[in-house]
Design a protein around this ligand. Structure first.
Ligand code: ZN
Length: 429
């Protein structure tokens, strides 16, 4: 009986201490260092949240960039501001880097802007115990703070020597500057130079990370029919009209293209009649037509989400085929526009996830599973996914992103900084 009790005690003792045994001595120092920075990191978050940086508030975005730029300079990074052309009406991006020859070359991705513009009623950081309310606090100034304090701890322990790390904080993630070929040029270039990209968009709990994101793109169908008195509809000369043709196409999309996992497409606007005026800028339009006139025009604007380039192309081909099978006396065309590429769940991304899984277990937070791509939208990491292994969702935890109820959970922030610091440390060794 006594013996049993002893072994039980011994077993409990071992369990409690496995956490620290799995971490190296240096890693335990990193953890300690970050623990000591808890209040400072929250204060830093408060400071940057209180600077409005709606995507269209160029000065504000720039100011938040300056604060981060200076903080990165203080820990030995070279920071630079990348301007965007004036007509784009976006602030630009903050990049900061150190260059060395050891370990994996890392690209750490965040963004400076938020969806809350200067006219929003939601402007300030308010702490209520362990929860902080704030515009962009979780999406994603919190994530930027995770990057900063993880690196700060590593730098102070002299662990960044010889590491190659680039931080890219874009200034227009929530409303990307167009054309993307310009606004994402520097990010893509950094992606090509990196071995691994880590995204610090908000975390979906300790036990999930994003290794696949769907891409998004647009499509537009224009259908034409013969304008005629409706008494002649269906006859040889008049045919079906533009609205029947458009209905056929959309119904066929629904019946024949729908069904693949991760593939979705959605017609967002539909106009049909004799005359149509659709304004792309405001995404609104006007239509004139009569029930006794066969419709001359119909326009649909839609979106398409996909998990791979292959899936996107297959879907587009099927759509083109359907569009080409016109009803009598009608014509139709479909055009596609690219927006966000997909981040495919590659083997490299999975390997990265298993590294995080190990870090998380070593820290006592349990394993990490891939997050369902259907539950997340596109993000900046998608632009580099074709060139480097990547993982996203390493930022802070909270609720209500993009709403005036946005929060960040301060109780978990320090642990998330520790997790990222250990992950980065293991990657750059
Ligand atoms: Zn975001």
């Amino acid at each position: 009986m006594k013996n049993k009790y002893f072994f039980f005690l011994l077993f409990s003792f071992l369990c409690i201490h496995t956490y620290s045994q799995k971490l190296s001595k240096t890693e335990r120092k990193i953890i300690k260092k970050i623990e000591a920075y808890h209040e400072e990191s929250v204060d830093f978050l408060e400071r940057v949240v209180n600077i409005n940086s709606g995507s269209l508030n160029l000065e504000g975005v720039r100011e938040v960039g300056d604060v981060f730029g200076q903080a990165f300079e203080e820990i030995g990074f070279n920071s630079r501001w990348i301007e965007m052309p004036e007509e784009m009406n976006r602030a630009g991006h903050l990049f900061a880097s150190i260059k060395g020859k050891k370990g994996k070359k890392l690209l750490l991705i965040g963004h400076l802007d938020t969806v809350f513009e200067e006219n929003s009623s939601f402007q300030t950081f308010e702490r209520q115990d362990s929860i902080a309310y704030g515009p962009g606090a979780n999406d994603m100034k919190g994530g930027n703070v995770v990057i900063l304090y993880a690196l700060k701890a590593l730098q102070e322990l002299n662990l960044l020597k010889e590491a190659s790390i680039t931080i890219a904080l874009t200034g227009d993630e929530e409303s990307t500057g167009k054309p993307l070929s310009k606004s994402r040029k520097d990010l893509i270039k950094a992606g090509k130079e990196a071995d691994i990209a880590l995204g610090f968009e908000n975390a979906s709990g300790f036990n999930n990370a994003t290794i696949a994101r769907r891409g998004s793109s647009g499509w537009k169908i224009e259908a034409e029919g013969v304008r005629a008195h409706s008494s002649g509809v269906f006859n040889e000369k008049v045919g079906a009209g533009a609205i029947f043709e458009m209905s056929r196409i959309l119904n066929s999309f629904y019946e024949e293209v729908r069904g693949e996992t991760y593939l979705t497409f959605n017609p967002g606007t539909l106009l049909g009649g004799t005359f149509i005026d659709f304004n792309k800028q405001t995404s609104s339009g006007e239509v004139f037509g009569k029930s006794n006139v066969v419709a001359q025009k119909a326009i649909v604007n839609g979106g398409l989400r996909f998990i791979s380039e292959e899936q996107k192309e297959n879907a587009r081909n099927k759509m083109r085929e359907i569009v080409a099978q016109n009803l009598p006396e009608t014509k139709a065309t479909i055009t596609f526009t690219d927006s966000y590429p997909a981040m495919e769940p590659s083997d490299g991304n999975l390997a990265l996830l298993s590294l995080l899984d190990q870090v998380s277990k070593d820290l006592g937070h349990g394993g990490v599973d891939p997050y369902d791509p259907l539950k997340r939208g596109a993000a900046d990491i998608s632009f580099v996914a074709n060139y480097t292994d990547g993982m996203d969702g390493l930022g802070t935890m909270g609720k209500g992103a993009h709403t005036p109820q946005e929060t960040v959970n301060l109780n978990t922030m320090n642990a998330l900084i520790q997790r990222s610091a250990i992950l980065i440390y293991r990657l750059i060794r």
